[in-house]
Write a protein that binds this ligand. Structure first.
Ligand SMILES: *Cc1c(COP(=O)(O)O)cnc(C)c1O
Ligand code: SF4
Length: 415
């Protein structure tokens, strides 16, 4: 009897070991492909050398660097300044200057310090520095989301039954080359005036079905502490507003914006959810971690909305690494957006097949926590539409035929 049990145990262990070897094989291509993939954490030293170089150029101090207003005042917006910090070829200078005449650009000194000008396809450079392709594309739309048609009150975009957006500013820490809101953030810098915000709040107050208010822009955390304190306080005082959300890229482009005073303000008005936009593991830096830690200790729940961008992250390994790095700093991947056809950004749009292949490579192969929802925004404000690889092959009243993450076909009884 005892011997039989022993044999049975051994048999199970043997089976499990074979299965574990199989699973180990599954992860090998990823480990192999990503062993040379640089992340923000293993670039810490390179970034700090670049930071010193930028500080020297501006004759500035570490304290300046940590001051987000200094960062905003010293955003790099012209090719001559850029060239005097990181020398560029003449051709590259001309390209940037030429595109800059049509589309303005700006990067914070911090985001500039993440750029590696020794590699032209650097994913940080691609997001921040103009490229000639922007001018070649005149086919895209200014407003593919039809935002102009879904604004029942000043600053508000309402496209869903129970939640809405309040647009508070069109200022950002940088002007991303792939920006899906270029129409709004293109030309003038302005926070919305108090009067308009008061009208937006009145709309929320008058519509009790609104239980979720998303403050965004532009970059919502570029509002002053005083305005944020007021706006969050007002929303907090509306009984039917159950949750407040903030859309911001500062954890990526200007992490020093997360000051102690901001933490103090955010902590007053729970629950607050912040969604940010990391698009590459190189953006997940020590500074970003410090910002995320501060937000978490203020009780904020963090999520990430990446944009799927050709040449930057349209690769299953890169996307998986990004999501894993984000979990390390307590940011939960929430969405991957398929890039919309916005004028000047067409060269960033990958195929939908690539997006599906990425989702396929995530599910099962890594933590469910690292698997966001892949979204295509339906044209004309039709709404976020989830796109999934097909796991349900057929379904009737007797059975479902499923495909597992490994591609095994299973028949599943349906009661
Ligand atoms: C994206 C968006 C929201 C939030 O959508 P969730 O799927 O709930 O994150 C709300 N309103 C508008 C207009 C949006 O575009
Ligand atoms: S931070 Fe957001 S809104 Fe601002 S330029 Fe970048 S993508 Fe556009």
């Amino acid at each position: 009897m005892a011997l039989e049990l022993f044999n049975r145990d051994n048999e199970l262990r043997g089976y499990s070991l074979i299965r574990a070897t199989e699973l180990k094989k599954q992860i090998e291509p990823y480990l192999d492909k990503t062993k040379d993939l640089l992340t923000g954490f293993n670039l810490t030293e390179f970034y700090s050398i670049q930071k010193e170089r930028i500080l020297t150029h501006f004759n500035a101090t570490q304290a300046d660097w940590e001051d987000w207003r200094w960062q905003m005042r010293h955003r790099i917006t012209d090719v001559n300044t850029l060239n005097s910090i990181f020398p560029l070829t003449e051709e590259h200078q001309l390209e940037i200057a030429e595109v800059g005449r049509t589309y303005r650009w700006a990067v914070s000194p911090y985001y500039l310090s993440l750029m590696n000008f020794n590699t032209l396809n650097d994913p940080i450079i691609l997001q921040g520095i103009p490229k000639a392709e922007e001018l070649l594309d005149s086919s895209g739309e200014d407003d593919p989301m039809g935002e102009a048609f879904t604004s029942p009150a000043p600053c508000i975009t309402r496209r869903y039954p129970d939640r809405l957006i309040i647009n508070v500013t069109n200022i950002c820490g940088m002007y991303c080359r792939h920006c899906q809101r270029r129409r709004n953030i293109g030309e003038t810098d302005a926070h919305k005036n108090r009067d308009n915000l008061v009208q937006a709040l009145d709309y929320v107050r008058a519509n009790p079905e609104i239980r979720d208010v998303l403050i965004t822009g532009g970059d919502a955390l570029l509002l002053s502490d005083g305005t944020l304190d007021w706006l969050l306080g007002e929303l907090h005082s509306i009984p039917h507003v159950e949750i407040k959300r903030i859309g911001t890229r500062v954890p990526v482009t200007l992490p020093m914006r997360i000051t102690d005073n901001l933490m103090f303000i955010l902590a007053k008005y729970p629950p607050i959810y912040i969604n940010t936009q990391f698009n590459h593991a190189k953006e997940v830096t020590l500074e970003a971690k410090i910002a995320a830690d501060k937000l978490v200790s203020a009780g904020v729940i963090l999520g990430n909305q990446a944009v799927l961008l050709k040449g930057i992250n349209n690769n299953p390994h890169i996307m998986k690494k990004l999501n894993q790095e984000l979990l390390k700093i307590r940011i939960r991947p929430y969405y991957i957006f398929h890039a919309k056809n916005v004028k000047g950004t067409r060269h960033f749009i990958p195929s939908i097949q690539e997006g599906i292949a990425i989702m396929e490579a995530l599910r099962g192969f890594t933590s469910g926590l690292a698997v966001p929802t892949y979204i295509i925004n339906a044209p004309k404000g039709g709404g976020k539409t989830p796109i999934l690889p097909q796991y349900l092959l057929s379904l009737d009243e007797h059975e479902a035929v499923l495909r597992t993450w490994e591609g095994k076909i299973v028949h599943y009884e349906n009661h």
